[in-house]
Design a protein around this ligand. Structure first.
Ligand SMILES: Cc1ncc(COP(=O)(O)O)c(C=O)c1O
Length: 362
């Protein structure tokens, strides 16, 4: 069996057998791409012929299911082939699609490495999949426990979610350790690496390794470094065969027309330059904020971060959070993950000064 055939054995059999919904836009794709799309009379999708409110841009037409120009731009951005790209409503939709595609309710499971992003368990719960947890090793800067993960991957575990840089701890997972897991799990499970914060790490993405490892999936997003959290643009990067299966599960029109415009504007040379400048500013501020926080009496530890936030252990997180709220500065209490810890997003220099000011008095 080839590597990709092995991956297909992990997909829910009913999804493999499912005939995907064929939307009007999909069926008319060839004609739409013709040199003169305006010469056709479009009466195939039960659309209104006009946008009565004269809203601009006109929104009476359904969007392309996977807009070719956005797919091409995202593929170029991430250094992969367009066929390896699926545009989703944020990366949250990408991980939900993976759950629904690979896990049979009441039978299958996912593996997570806590403390980590909370949506993996929620998406698993919604799908009726069990969650197996193999904690990161705190004493080793929240590193993967590869031996324990390999032991915990029973035949029911279809997806292994790794978050790098990890939310809420902030650090990258060692690339070699991740790739070695992907290798060891070939034919047994799909490894999903959530790289929502990788743009702040200065390190290369694992996306280019997918060509050699079809059981690897990478999630990226425009929500963080590209500042488009409100637009909801995520990218699932996977082997083209896996993308084709996910296409069966995704809603027919996941990229609204105004979102497409916002994403394309962010991906122009000027948009990309602005995003790089913004990420560089946040990385500089992260260094300054971490150093200044470490000097405060209320702060016990600042964990190293490759992301746009810092996990900070304080003397008393309830007291610190209350002080923040009283001053109108809102952080995230992560004590349930790491005792007495708060997660502080890196903001503008002025916002970071507010954080420092409040915590210096806490
Ligand atoms: C690790 C991680 N993955 C995914 C997401 C969801 O991002 P998106 O806005 O792309 O849905 C978040 C959001 O905070 C996150 O922290």
């Amino acid at each position: 069996m080839t590597a990709i055939e092995q991956v297909l054995t992990l997909v829910r059999p009913d999804i493999l057998a499912l005939t995907a919904y064929s939307s009007a836009r999909k069926e008319s794709k060839g004609w739409r791409a013709s040199p003169e799309p305006s010469r056709w009379v479009w009466l195939d999708a039960n659309e209104n012929p006009e946008t009565p409110s004269a809203h601009k841009p006109l929104l009476n037409r359904y969007p392309e299911p996977q807009p070719a120009d956005l797919v091409a731009q995202l593929a170029a951005l991430y250094g992969v082939a367009p066929a390896q790209v699926l545009v989703t409503r944020g990366s949250d939709e990408g991980l939900d699609l993976l759950l629904r595609t690979f896990c049979r309710a009441g039978q299958d499971a996912i593996l997570i490495t806590p403390p980590t992003y909370g949506m993996y368990v929620v998406a698993a719960g919604i799908q009726g999949a069990r969650t197996v947890a193999v904690p990161l090793v705190r004493e080793q800067n929240f590193a993967l426990n590869a031996t324990a993960i390999l032991k915990a991957v029973t035949p029911e575990v279809k997806l292994v979610f790794l978050c790098s840089p990890n939310n809420p701890t902030g650090g990258l997972l060692a690339r070699d350790a991740v790739l070695s897991l992907v290798n060891s799990l070939a034919g047994r499970a799909v490894v999903v690496v959530d790289e929502a914060y990788v743009d702040f790490s200065g390190q290369p993405s694992l996306a280019t390794a997918i060509a050699a490892h079809p059981n690897l999936v990478v999630l990226r997003t425009l929500s963080k470094a590209y500042g488009l959290a409100g637009a909801r643009v995520g990218t699932t990067i996977a082997d083209p065969v896996v993308i084709a299966v996910l296409q069966k599960v995704i809603a027919p029109y996941p990229v609204p027309t105004p979102v497409l415009s916002a994403a394309l504007a962010a991906l122009t040379p000027a948009g990309l330059a602005a995003a790089h400048e913004s990420a560089a500013m946040l990385v500089t501020e992260r260094t300054r904020l971490a150093a200044a926080l470490a000097k405060l009496p209320a702060v016990r530890r600042v964990w190293p971060s490759d992301a746009n936030f810092l996990l900070v252990e304080v003397a008393d997180s309830t007291k610190a959070m209350a002080a923040g709220r009283a001053a109108g500065v809102i952080w995230r209490d992560r004590s349930k993950d790491v005792p007495n810890s708060i997660r502080i997003t890196v903001g503008t220099a002025e916002e970071n000064n507010s954080t420092l000011e409040v915590l210096s008095r806490a």
